[in-house]
Design a binder for this molecule. Structure first.
Ligand code: GLN
Length: 288
């Protein structure tokens, strides 16, 4: 690679797939030249200055070693927002937007001042997308990682959503007072079983292990969260939780055992059962 190569040549001579090379190059064009992504085409004869070219080489070699693009760029789009991410947090996945949609559908139906709880917020993706789309909702987002909470708070600040979201340090419900109750609880907990080979492949190798696996069967965090729903939901309140593509039956069963009613499964854009929701009974305050 030499600094005199045009953008077109940089992409075609790059060892990365062209779509990835374009993403990295667009990032550098923005950063060093304040140029939009379209410059990849409109200015394809241009070459990078020495500094930008050195950075190009460094970004390409990081990606060649397998580092996820989101960590290299330090950001990831999710639902209608952009989040800052680093290796202290899980990279938000498109399939998790399903939880945001389930929560927003419920919020629209309720049409009043609503309290939402996001357990294991990571980068803040779920809580902040809900806050951004529903300005009257107030949220509590918990995480047991101080590192993750720091990133989530920074994201809340950049998105101007600090007024709407309170961040608490603690494992699942541990940071809440016993009397707290919510209209909606959402969570994308770690649900990959500890022996699952995916943990040692691709992007997942770079993500925080505690955000991916429960170090057990994959169901233990889902179990804790579902078991606490009755206490922390208002009567009639809804819990929606993400799970693995093969955990739907188990999660539905856990919800029924926990006394939740109106248990439903939800399918993601890839066609997998990806989330389940259930409700606390409105009349008795206990499900049947
Ligand atoms: N959906 C993620 C994956 O399969 C896992 C995230 C999680 O465990 N919540 O890569």
């Amino acid at each position: 690679m030499s600094a005199s190569q045009s953008l077109r040549e940089l992409i075609s001579n790059c060892e990365l797939p062209a779509n990835e090379a374009r993403i990295l190059l667009a990032h550098l064009l923005e950063k060093h030249y304040q140029l939009p992504r379209s410059a990849l085409l409109s200015r394809d004869e241009m070459s990078l200055n020495e500094l930008a070219f050195l950075e190009w080489k460094s970004l390409v070699s990081r990606r060649v070693l397998g580092e996820p693009i989101a960590y290299i760029l330090g950001k990831k789009g999710f639902h209608n927002i952009e989040l800052q991410v680093d290796p202290g947090v899980l990279i938000p996945r498109p399939e998790t937007e399903l939880l945001v949609e389930i929560a927003l559908t419920e919020i629209t139906k309720l049409n009043k001042h609503i309290r939402v709880l996001d357990l294991g917020t990571g980068s803040g993706a779920i809580a902040l997308s809900i806050a951004s789309a529903a300005p009257l909702v107030s949220l509590i987002a918990t995480d047991q990682s101080t590192e993750a909470l720091a990133i989530a708070k920074q994201n809340a600040q950049s998105l101007n959503l600090l007024d709407q979201v309170q961040f608490l340090l603690g494992n699942w419900y541990a940071a809440l007072t016993e009397q707290s109750q919510f209209d909606v609880i959402v969570s994308n907990p770690p649900y990959i079983a500890h022996q699952d080979p995916h943990l040692t492949q691709g992007d997942l190798r770079f993500e925080p292990k505690s955000a991916l696996t429960d170090y057990a069967s994959g169901l233990s965090c889902l179990e804790i969260i579902i078991a606490g729903a009755d206490q922390y939901l208002k009567p009639g309140g809804l819990i929606a939780i993400e799970h693995g593509f093969d955990q739907s039956e188990a999660v539905v069963e856990l919800m029924k055992v926990a006394g939740l009613i109106d248990v439903q499964t939800h399918i993601d854009l890839a066609g997998h059962f990806r989330a389940a929701s259930g409700r606390k009974d409105l009349k008795t305050g206990k499900g049947n």
